[in-house]
Each structure stands twice: as C-alpha cells, then as structure tokens.
Write a protein that binds this ligand. Structure first.
Ligand SMILES: NC(=O)c1ccc[n+]([C@@H]2O[C@H](COP(=O)([O-])OP(=O)(O)OC[C@H]3O[C@@H](n4cnc5c(N)ncnc54)[C@H](O)[C@@H]3O)[C@@H](O)[C@H]2O)c1
Length: 449
C-alpha cells in the first residue's frame, strides 16, 4: 500500500466512523452554524477565530447569533464535542479543516482574498500529512487551485498525495426558517479523485444531500452563478417596479400572481437594494474573473449597477414624496428609517441598503434617525464606520408622529407596524410589509416606493 493510499484510507475510515476531528477556521454567520451542525452530528469539532471576544462568548455558551435556539451554543459546549479557540496550533490535532472566513471586495471593488490567504498561511504552518482542507468562502473560479493550494504546499506536502483539498460553497441563508445547514444540499468539488471522495463522504455524514462536481473551479463557479442569478433577477424586478408604477399597476400583486405559474417563473420581490456580505459580492467576483480570462458579463454588470443605484433612487423618491405630500423640502425634513439590517430578522448591517439610504438623505440635508429592534446601537462596520454608536429611537406614537416620513427599509417581524400606521404622518414602504401584515395606517398614507 502506498503512503498516499494509506493516508487516504485512514482518513476515510475516521470520517466514516465520525471520529475525524474537525476544525472550522472562522466562526461567523457561516462558520459557527457549520461548526455546531458538525459537532451535533457527532464529530469532535474545534472552532478557530482570531476574534478573542467572540471565542470567549462562544465558550461561555452565549447565544451569539440571534436566530439560534437560545441554548444551542451552550449545549454544544457542554457536550464536550465543541470548543472555540484563537490558537492556530489546535489545527495540528485535527483531520478536516474548513475555511469560512470573509471574502469581501477591496476599495477598488475587486476580490479581496486577504482573509483566506491569511487563513491558508495559518493552516500551512500546521499542515500535516493526511488532512483534508476545504475552502467554503466564496471565491472566483480558479482561486482554490491558483491561490490557496500553493500556500498550503509551501512546506513540501503535495495535494492529492500527502493532503487533500476540496471546495464546498456555503449556501447558508441566515434567518431562513425552512432551510438550515443540514437541509441545504451541499455542492462538493475537488481536482483529484481522493479529495473528491473524501469531501463527498464527509458531507454525506452531515447534510441531507451532497452534489458532487468534477473540479474545484466548477464548485467555485456554482456559488457565483447562483448569486449572480439572484442579482440579475432583483435588478429586473426593481426595474419592473418603476415601469409598472408608471402604468398604474402594483408590481407586488403582479409578482404574487405570476408566482402561481408552476413552471418557468420564480418570484423575486422589489426592495431598497441588495445587501449582506454575500449576494452583492459574488457577481463582482465572477465579473472580475470573466474579465481576467478575456471574457465579460455585461448583463451581470448592468444588474450590479442598477442594484448599487437602488438606495439612491429610494432616497430621491423619499425627497419627492415629503415635498409633494407635506410641502417640506428634503433639506428640512425629519425622516425615520425603519430597519437597518440588510434583510429581515437578522442582526447584520453589512452592505445594508438602509444605511446607504440614510447617508444619502443626510447628504441632501435631511435629519435622519433610525429604529431597529436588533440594533439599540449602530454597530461598527467596515463600510460605514462613521455611523457607529448612533442610537435606535424608541418606537412610541409620540416619537413616530414627529417625523415627516417613516421609510420602511427592512421588514423585521417584531415591529409594531400598527403603531407606526396609527401615528406616522407618511409611511414610505420599500418592502410591502404594511400590506402583508394588514397594517393600513388610519390616517397616514402608506405609499409603496
Ligand atoms: N453570511 C452569509 O449569509 C453567507 C452566505 C453564504 C456564503 N457566505 C460566504 O462565507 C464566507 C464567510 O462569511 P461570514 O458571513 O461567515 O463572515 P463573518 O464576517 O460573519 O465571519 C468571519 C469570521 O472569520 C473570522 N476570521 C477572519 N479572518 C480569520 C483568520 N485568518 N483566521 C481565523 N478567523 C478569521 C472573523 O473574526 C469572523 O468571526 C464569505 O466568503 C461569505 O461570502 C456568507
């Protein structure tokens, strides 16, 4: 038996018996649910994160992510199957290493792989024969083989012989009540047969269905294509919204009715723009890579531009509505932004269109406050550090009645829309939430924008 084969078959046995020790590098919105799911399946799991405060909170059993069951982290820690650490040397005692660190855009709006590079360098120092390394972070097709593999091989170990390398894109949808880590099918890909077999076997133990693909680049591309599809369709429905309104037609009603077609149509809903660390980023990665290889994606690029402009269009519409309905110039207007998270029921403001709208209205001279039950205080983010520390306004009738308009930017479930409808002078609803919850303001006009 060759050494490569014995390394492969011994890891295979460990995975099959769930004795393989697993590490996730990065304990964020993706890495933490993944680490917990793996430990809940029975694999001894270590979560590694550079953020000492997060590591301490996790080890103390804090809930950490709002949509988790309150005792999920505490139960995992108490089981003895899961712990968090910031010490990379822990990797030497693991068999499977999953990289779940951020892959944002650089200030020039190009792929920023610095976090994955740093994670790969950290792993490289502790890499030993017989380990399986899996990149989960969103990257452009070719990045795992072209950027990560050479870093891991620096110490002389060879992929496919001494250690194994795979890519499996994250499809986590924070706050989704229907699908979680376990029930979302997991795409798995690698460039050599042994790595392909190991990654498929590993995820077959954890998720309900794996979807094996033939290469690292294919698996990388799947994620970008999924999110680019979403990007294009969101831009399309927002474009439809403007045209439908000019025709006197409610786009929400149109989408709802169109969605009853059992084939050939999938509903996407209008909104204030796209946000989060994932959907806006993926098409930029794909487009960048397309240019890099001498191709192009003009439809994707146009959709990105439309989505990036969406918050400005909403801010412009707010200015028009307060002037037309109250005779108040936007420079004198007082506006309440309802919801700063990028989507409902999550505590995440990264790339949130609500913050872009808030800043745009302020640049027009308006006085803008916000209310968000998830953010009593505005957090520090990479893109909007100047907003950190602002405080959420309490949602009382008295407070709401003082604003010229309330702009609904996020449709959180736990907001008293009835109170807003009763006390606001004007509601500008980018999410159609007032119609959905039936909170038609008695007095306040509710305008879908
Ligand atoms: N959030 C989502 O909804 C989502 C969905 C699908 C895919 N993704 C992708 O998953 C990846 C991770 O995203 P996320 O939302 O979990 O990010 P996140 O910012 O929530 O978490 C990343 C964590 O990694 C830690 N970290 C950064 N560099 C590190 C390093 N070198 N070593 C150890 N820890 C490190 C950070 O401290 C942070 O806790 C990204 O590529 C993202 O595009 C995210």
């Amino acid at each position: 038996m060759t050494n490569a084969f014995s390394l492969f078959s011994s890891l295979k046995d460990q995975i099959a018996s769930r004795q393989a020790r697993v590490a996730t590098v990065g304990l964020g919105y993706v890495g933490l649910p993944l680490a917990l799911t793996i430990s809940e399946t029975g694999f001894p799991t270590t979560g590694l994160d550079l953020n000492d405060r997060r590591v301490a909170a996790i080890n103390a059993g804090e809930q950490v992510i709002s949509y988790f069951a309150p005792d999920r982290v505490a139960t995992a820690v108490a089981s003895g199957k899961f712990r968090a650490t910031s010490d990379f040397s822990a990797l030497s005692e693991t068999d499977v290493i999953l990289i779940c660190v951020p892959t944002p855009l650089s200030p020039a709006r190009e792929p920023d792989l610095s976090y994955v590079v740093r994670a790969a360098e950290g792993i490289s120092s502790w890499l030993r024969p017989g380990q399986l390394v899996v990149l989960e972070s969103t990257v452009w097709p070719g990045a795992t083989a072209g950027v990560i593999k050479p870093i891991l091989e620096r110490g002389g170990l060879r992929t496919g012989d001494d250690f194994f390398l795979a890519f499996s894109p994250e499809r986590e949808d924070p706050g989704n009540e229907k699908f979680d880590t376990r029930s979302i099918p997991k795409v798995v890909g690698a460039d050599d047969q042994k790595s392909r077999e190991l990654i498929d076997l590993f995820y077959s133990q954890i998720v309900s269905k794996t979807v094996p693909v033939s290469s690292l680049a294919t698996a990388e591309a799947v994620k970008l294509v999924e999110n680019s599809f979403r990007t294009v369709n969101i831009a399309l429905v927002n474009e439809m919204k403007v045209a439908m309104e000019a025709m006197g037609v409610d786009v929400w009603e149109v989408v709802q009715a169109a969605a009853t077609k059992p084939f050939g149509y999938m509903p996407f809903y209008p909104g204030p723009g796209i946000g989060g660390d994932c959907i806006p980023v993926s098409p930029a990665y794909l487009s960048w890579r397309a240019r890099d290889v001498g191709s192009s994606l003009p439809i994707v690029d146009l959709a990105r531009t439309n989505n990036e402009n969406a918050p400005d269009m909403i801010a412009g519409r707010v200015a028009v509505e307060v002037s037309r309905r109250h005779g108040v110039a936007v420079s004198d207007a007082q506006i309440l932004i309802l919801g700063i998270a990028y989507k409902k029921d999550v505590e995440d403001t990264r790339v949130s269109p609500a913050l872009a709208i808030l800043k745009r209205l302020e640049s027009m001279g308006a006085k803008v406050d916000y209310h968000d039950p998830y953010f009593p205080v505005m957090p520090l983010t990479r893109d909007d550090p100047e907003l950190a520390g602002r405080k959420s306004v309490a949602l009382t009738e008295d407070a709401v009645s003082r604003y010229d308009a309330v702009v609904v930017t996020t449709d959180h479930s736990h907001v008293d829309y009835g109170l807003v409808g009763r006390s606001a002078k004007l509601v500008l609803d980018t999410r159609n939430v007032f119609a959905k919850v039936g909170a038609i303001g008695n007095g306040a006009p509710v305008v879908k924008i």
